[in-house]
Unconditional design. Structure first.
Length: 395
């Protein structure tokens, strides 16, 4: 399975104000699998587009990674193993972290489609994880699409790719703002049906499915979880998958598919599809003075290669609830220094809390800090990681 980098209908393309800088020279590259908004296609259906992109890059002098290599690395990770040693690892990686750490010198090539009346396909290459300015676009080509963004049209457009002139603007993007439907605990939003299934009927059918239990223990409270569904004529789910096939399935996503597969949807024409996003949702904690409290945690460094946020990270929302109970709470920025065992589990940690964090808040926070999980050491050695912790309060 190829890695995936999505330019969805609700994000702006990067660095369109000026031509991209040139790559130092063509080198190793991995093609990330495209997904096109408003056309609900599963990952395997889009593989021909990625293969055509790899062939184009090879003609340009790049060394495209064999498609089987990401499969091999992800299969090891799915078994909970270190990519470099094959040893068992107790903490599984998120797939994109795994590939970035296992293939640090490979640039990433992504296919994107933008539409403003007419559609344009863009193929961009960004700097690899090991390069200074990771993610900076090194090269870009584009080609017009003669009609709707079908797989065949995207494959054929690769033959006419060329370096674009400096853009004057991007116009509208393919897709719309979507519709939000709030359930108790999980926000179902951006419902995009495809085929003979109207938005209103798709929205109503999804609203009736209770997905809350699948995210009850979800630690990253506001991560997006896009899901693709296909229905049979009888209204049963014939296929359920993540929009991001390179990411290892989270327990929450597996649970959601199991719930959806047991649900009954209105009968109709076979092949109806829908894409929607499930967001774990909880009210923002409020401190005694009436201000809302939010916590964000971001890893900034690791001493041993391979240690990076795993699938769980820190339970930021629950940490905010702990801090909201303290009198005199104020915004601050600090750090958490973790000592890690080879599997990425914390052995110990140190935080310099401000004085207003009282004993009750600390007692609430300590077991939550222990829940942080990182990917495995690629060398099998213990190590350390530093996480930036930001606490924000606002009216």
């Amino acid at each position: 399975m190829l890695a995936l980098l999505l330019a969805c209908a609700h994000t702006l393309p990067p660095a369109l104000e000026a031509p991209p800088p040139s790559a130092p020279s063509p080198g190793p590259v991995r093609v990330v699998q495209p997904v096109v908004a408003d056309v609900v296609l599963f990952g395997d259906e889009l593989r021909p587009v990625a293969e055509a992109a790899a062939a184009f890059l090879t003609d340009q002098g790049w060394q495209a990674l064999p498609f089987d290599e990401p499969d091999r690395l992800l299969a090891l990770a799915a078994e909970g193993r270190r990519a470099s040693t094959g040893e068992l690892c107790s903490v599984p990686y998120v797939g994109d972290y795994l590939l970035a750490h296992s293939l640090p010198d490979h640039a990433e090539a992504a296919v994107r489609v933008y539409c403003d009346g007419d559609c344009t396909l863009t193929l961009g290459v960004t700097a690899p994880p090991s390069a200074t300015g990771r993610g900076v676009e090194w090269a870009r080509w584009q080609a017009p699409l003669p009609g709707p963004p079908t797989v065949q049209a995207m494959v054929e457009a690769m033959a006419s790719l060329s370096v674009p002139p400096p853009p004057e603007g991007i116009g509208g993007l393919l897709g719309g703002s979507g519709t939000r439907v709030e359930s108790q605990g999980v926000l179902v939003r951006d419902v995009e049906p495809s085929g003979p299934w109207g938005e209103l009927s798709a929205r109503a059918a999804l609203q009736a499915v209770d997905l809350d239990a699948c995210w009850v223990d979800w630690r990253r409270d506001f991560w997006s979880n896009p899901v693709l569904l296909e229905l049979s004529a009888q209204g049963q789910v014939s296929r359920c998958a993540s929009r991001y096939p390179h990411r290892l399935p989270e327990p929450a996503h597996v649970c959601a598919c199991e719930v959806l597969e047991q649900a009954s949807f209105p009968p109709g024409e076979p092949g109806r599809r829908v894409r929607f996003e499930a967001h774990p949702y909880q009210p923002t904690p409020v401190e005694p003075g009436g201000r809302r409290v939010a916590v964000s945690a971001e890893q900034v460094s690791a001493r041993v290669p391979g240690f990076a946020w795993a699938a769980t990270g820190l339970p930021e929302h629950r940490m905010a609830a702990c801090l909201a109970s303290a009198a005199g709470a104020a915004s601050f920025e600090g750090s958490i220094a973790y000592q890690l065992d080879p599997s990425g589990a914390p052995l110990s940690w140190q935080v310099d809390w401000p004085g207003w964090v009282d004993a009750q808040a600390l007692a609430c926070l300590e077991p939550l800090l222990a829940q942080a999980r990182f990917g495995c050491s690629q060398t099998g050695e213990p190590g350390e990681a530093v996480v930036v912790l930001r606490v924000s309060l606002w009216e």
